[in-house]
Design a protein around this ligand. Sequence first.
Ligand SMILES: *Cc1c(COP(=O)(O)O)cnc(C)c1O
Length: 512
Amino acid sequence: MWRQARWHEPLIYELGAPGRIGFLVPDDAEIVEALGGDRDAILEHLVPEALRRLSPPPLPEVSEVEVARHYTRLSQMSYGVDNGPVPLGSCTMKYNPKIAEQLAADPRIAWLHPLQDEETVQGLLEILYKLERWLAEITGMDRCSLQPPAGASGELTGTLMIRKYHLDRGEDQRVEMLVPDSAHGTNPASAAMAGFRVVRIPTDEGGEVDIEALYTALSDQTAGMMLTNPNTLGVFESRILEISRLVHEAGGIMYYDGANLNGILGIARPGDMGFDIVHINIHKTFAAPHGGGGPGAGPVCAKGEMVDYLPRPLLEYDGEKYYWDHSCDKCIGRVRAFHGNIVPLVKAFIYIASLGPQGLREVAEQAVLNTNYFISLMKGAKGYMLPYDPSKPRKHEVVYSAKPLAQEKGVTAEDVAKNLLDAGLYAPTIYFPLIVEEALMVEFTDTETAENVERYAETLRRIAAMEPEEARKAPRNTSIGRLDMVKANHPASVTPSYRIYRRRLKGEKLRL
Ligand SMILES: *Cc1c(COP(=O)(O)O)cnc(C)c1O
């Protein structure tokens, strides 16, 4: 069984010795000779004087082999989708195909500059143009902006669009955004940032939006509703058409949080459910890496009248060439410099192109199959319960509660998570959604094998059977054990290498 290595790896600032270097750069004289000319003129051209450092930066002084060993050891202490399952519910941590990594790193893409002339980047623009069309088709929308760099930023974009829409119509009394109590924290946060008052809509016993409560909350102050479907419990909102109709009748706009698109990809479309604006988490549904793996992308798509409010410029094609159309009549302006995080967008293009419509559908089918296989394996497991109508099938994810285990033995969801790490697995998302006590939110995605789903269920059963004192001692097999939660959250303690960096900046001598 694979396990993280346990090293006591020092910080890179604690390695090395004064004067030790990794590689040689040519000195000034060599550069001047190579370029053949006047030293000052050349230096001024390379780095203007105003931009030059007055003293060397306080970098670690280490040899190449020390650097290689340090980072290799750190990678062995770490855990990611390339090591084993990472069933973090809501996050959709699927395997990232290496072909996409390779193609996106091609110098013909990676070395392009955002200020290059349109004529010189026609190939990249074609990729982005096709990607936009595909995303619109997949979500049932008309157009998309590829600018927002993450889901949360897409939410802010969407809520700003909703705000401008109502203001343009003179409906400035529409200040309320409806958000279910099962929503991701970014939903109410984005709505509040866009200036809305957040109204919480409760969840009914079946794990869906409480329609009665929704009906009561609607008024001429309603600006819109933010919803994800399947929701964060993994339950499909079966009355979604009715919800959309009610919100529209009250004059509101329907916003789709696309983080759970993986559960319905190629099968159902937010546009057909009555949504007007959608964000897509490229780094979740479309297999671009996230977490430590790189930046995300959160395109926002819109339908009908809402297209006018999308950020500009939008990408157009005149039959011969691709170009950015900067015209902005009602649009909310730009939400990001340049054209978005290109690399994850290119990876999504490769992912969609390689799977095709049938392949995308199989992604959702496989993700849902994995969830329901897991549920079948967990039937009757002591210590865990499945809240909100356990007879209902779940889609891409399922949320268990470890409350029985906590009540009977004092073993909490956090203890369960730490014991999973000891077993060489990764923890699920815990304590979210907030409406489930001792929540364990499990999402295997389409890329996990049946054997690993089985291993996960077996491990959860074994943890529930452990002696409570033993269970609370985990993790034993990781380099870092339990952190003091209070200290870990204290700003002064979160970045030790930054503290050392600061001390070096001040010229303090470090004991090495
Ligand atoms: C991840 C997530 C978000 C936020 O997306 P980011 O890309 O992380 O900013 C919003 N809603 C849900 C349900 C999510 O899982």
